[in-house]
Design a binder for this molecule. Sequence first.
Ligand SMILES: Cc1ncc(COP(=O)(O)O)c(C=O)c1O
Length: 192
Amino acid sequence: MRVMNNKVTLLSLAVAGLFAASAAQAALNLDTGATSAIYASEAIPISPATTFTLTNTGAIPGLVTRHDVVVADQFAHNSIDEGLRLAKARGVRTAKFAHNDPAELEQALRELRPYRHAVIAVDGVYSMSGELPPLREFQRVAAANDAILYVDDAHGTGVLGGQGRGTVRDALGGYENTLVVGSLSKALSCLR
Ligand SMILES: Cc1ncc(COP(=O)(O)O)c(C=O)c1O
């Protein structure tokens, strides 16, 4: 972590929390995914339509204080949006930028200055279109603007990249200044 060295513990806690939430969800078969839904109907009589979406909603507000800002791609997953709303309710300034557009991202950050740190939240794969974000450009913008890149790789984890390790490692060669959020409710919940 280049920017948030002093927040490693906080990040670890946030990540542990969100994986715990995801694991709990998988264990309870509350996801709407086909595999989980079948298990739910066999195991406990819970409606397959019941969904908990806690991943980004819990993690994003936990990463920032009112001295920080959060910017998100306009097409980022709804749970990122919910995370922004919660952060905003706690006094954190937030903004959206045009889809997959590094120049618009940079502009949004410029307009939010001054701030201490920024979190740039994007999806690793956009599930409705299959598009991938320009992670290299976003990483460059993050490094130049006191920001950390936050990638929700819910749909890439276990599916894309070498050995299914997701989109970030393939695109960036590592995790420098980047926080990757996976989900146990997608590919991993299909494992038997
Ligand atoms: C891109 C993306 N991020 C996050 C989530 C939420 O994941 P979870 O339900 O494991 O909290 C979903 C669920 O549909 C998603 O599609």
